[in-house]
Structure formats: C-alpha cells, structure tokens
Ligand binder design. Sequence first.
Ligand code: UD1
Ligand code: CA
Length: 439
Amino acid sequence: MKQVKMANNLHILILAAGKGTRMSSDTPKVMHTLAGIPMIDHVIAKAKLLRPFQISIMINKSLSGLKKKYPDVQMLLQEPQLGTGHAVQIFQKKNKLDNNSKLIVLYGDNPLIDLHDLKNMNEQLFKNDVVIMGFQPKINTGYGIVVENKGKVLKIVEFKDASAIQKKIKTCNSGIMAFSSKALKLVSQIKNNNAKKEFYLTDIVKLSKKYNHKIKLINAKDVKTALGINDMYELGVAETIMQNQLRKKAMKGGVQMIAPETVFLSKDTIFGKNVKIEPYVVIASKVKIGNDVVIHSFSHIEGAIIKNKVSIGPYARIRPGTVLENNSKIGNFVETKNSIINKNSKINHLSYVGDTTIEEDVNIGAGTITCNYDGVKKNKTLIKKGSFIGSNSSLVAPVTVGKNSIIGAGSVITKDVPDNTLALTRAKQKKVKLNKKKK
Ligand code: UD1
Ligand code: CA
C-alpha cells in the first residue's frame, strides 16, 4: 500500500451528539454494540489509526461517560443539538485551527468506514479544500444526494429537501467529509433554512463552490463500508457485514469453522493457532483463545482467557473472569464465572463453578455446584491440587478442599477439608419393605 503522508496538523472530529430518535431506544445510538463493542469505539479506533494531531468527539449529556474511557480525546458538548453543521460550528469556536490544519469529520453512526478510504481522503486533502466521500447505494434510504454538473460537485442536497429529479441521482453522501482550514471557516455561514430546520454540515459544499474552493468527490471502495446506522434494522445489517468480515479474518488466520455463518465473534476476539469452532458458537467481547483449542457446538464465551489445548462444550457457558489453563476441559452444560481452572483439570458435566480456584489435576464430578452466593455476598471456593469431587456435590463457600482429597458423591460440604482426606456428608439409607400383594 502507498505510504501516506501523516500530517501532524490533522484533526478528526467525530459527530455523536445526535438524539438517535430513530433507534427507538433509551441507549444513546453510538453506544449500541456492533460485534460486541459500542459503535463509537469502532469509529475512535479507526480515527486513531490515522494518527491525527487531535481527536474530538461531539457528545450530548448522555455520553459524558466517554470522557473517562478516552481521556486523550477532546469531548465537546453540543446542547441542544441543532444539526451536523451546528456541531462543527461548536468545534470551530473551541479550536482555533491554524492555516495549515485540516479536519476530517466522521459520523459516530458510520462505523464500517474503510481505513484505506480514509487515508485516501487524507491524501486528497493536500490538494483540495473539501473532500466528500460518496457512494452509490442500490436504494437511497435517506442519504444526502451529491449534485454534480459536468463532473464538478455543486452541492449536497439532503434527501428530505431533494426534488424528484435530484432523487434519481445515484451518488450519495457517506457523511465522511474533510476540510482545509480555509473551507472550514465557512461553517459559520451555514443557515438552517431547510426541511428539518437544522444546520446541515453538507451546506458547506455549496458555500465552498461560491468561494471557488477546490472540491473533490471520492468514492468509497465498497458500498457496504458507507452504511449509516439510524435504526435497529440498519444496526442488524451492519452486524451481519461486520460478522462476515470477522469470520473471514479469523479463517484466513487459520481458525477452522464448520458452519461460519453460525459463529458470532467480537471485534476484540484474539485467536491462537489451530483453533476449531463447531457450529452455533458465540464469542462475546474480551475473549482470548490460545493454540489447539476446540469449541464445541452451542457454547457461549465472554470475558475469558483460554490457554492452549483446551476443550469447551458442547453447551458450555464460559462467563467473565474465567481462565482456562493449558489442557483443561469444560464439558457439556457447565457454567463457569470468575474462576481459574488450572492445568489438566476437568469439569465434564452439568456443573456451576463460580468465584473458584481449581488447582491442577482436579476432577470435578457431574452436577457439582459451588454455592458462592449467600444472598448477601459472593464467597470463594478453593479446590487444591489432585482432588476429586464426587458427583452431585455442593461446596458451600467460603470453603477449601485440600490437596489430593476426595469428596464423596452427593455431599454438601460446609467446612474446610484437609489434605489427603475423604469427606462425605450423607443421610443414612433406609430400607422399608413394601407390603404389596402379587397380582
Ligand atoms: C447525514 C448527512 C447525509 C448523509 C448521511 C450519511 C447531514 C446534514 N446529512 O444524514 O448527507 O448522507 O449522514 O449517513 O449531515 N449529530 C450531531 N449533532 C447534531 C446532529 C447529528 O453530533 O446536531 C451526529 C449524529 O449523532 C450522527 C451524525 O451526526 O452520528 C449524523 O447525524 P444524522 O442525524 O444521523 O444524519 P443523517 O440524517 O443520517
Ligand atoms: Ca445517520
């Protein structure tokens, strides 16, 4: 790929303050997740890859939590939200950009945008005052329309304001635009005389035309990457696109999937070598998988570290805080949470293991439950090296089972068990003769 001149006078502004009304949800639009990660995180990650001088985000009050997560990003509050042009007006007032500075505006609801396209846009900014990233969707579902005359861009007309003839134009505005500081000065002239009574950033194009600025239209390489997410349907479409990208990347990297279309990954999933995933598996966020791992069908994994030579499922639920060390095994209908399962240890069937450390070479029998919650607080269980927990046992935490000890099947263990000890609690079996007559 061509080396891009990385200008240290590049600013990136991500617009995320909009109400997101069309999502019909109390969650702010850009906080909805895509491949396990909030939409805005995808956009910020891409912005960072351009190595700009500064990243700013236009937020509303409900996004103030982002400040803590991104202390290196400038958060600007837009209240009330009077449109994308208004948002950039606020940015401009706060940041007095010098004459050499440039600004790329990204939309928080445009998370699939392609990095190569952004680099291309950055390149074009060296020769132009306004760069618009256009694309040609099959159907215009409400995108701004790029109006050209003899190959020269005249203006962008929002769908709601467009005439019937303009609605036939194929090239739409992806929302991604870039400006020289000269062009940026025109944002203060944007008015709100349009269908939505909003200040449209897109009006900067016709203003630039008036001042004879150089305007360049580039095309997104792939229509899919320009998709804007305004409602739950579009979020679903974007999820499908991203899942396909993630599956492809994983398989190209050596992960085997028998039915890839049934495997759901997160943007942050990390795979080692020789990993095999059977059909119907969900890998939610914050999962790291080592080498020679098999994940059998119908398993759900989240927030877990899985080391080498581990087997999971079928029908396993691996919850946050789980660490599966080398050569450990989690079988069917097993749930783990906040627990470390050390080397060569096995939980093969029907168990719940929470807030527990299982040392090496431990065998947990079918139906073992760690009773970690007393209704008030969570308590810890420690099962030391080489122990054997008989089937259908309850370990009432806080409790420790010593090294090389055995718990008899069906026990309720409430007190610590020393090393090399057999412990069992069991009601005596009664025998009562039945007085049934033969028929
Ligand atoms: C916008 C573009 C349209 C383009 C489409 C691409 C304008 C006027 N229109 O339309 O040409 O085809 O995106 O997806 O820009 N936002 C703010 N403050 C506001 C309003 C919006 O920060 O006052 C943010 C939103 O959070 C969102 C982004 O700007 O992330 C775009 O706003 P949205 O209302 O979704 O614009 P569209 O109608 O999709
Ligand atoms: Ca939008």
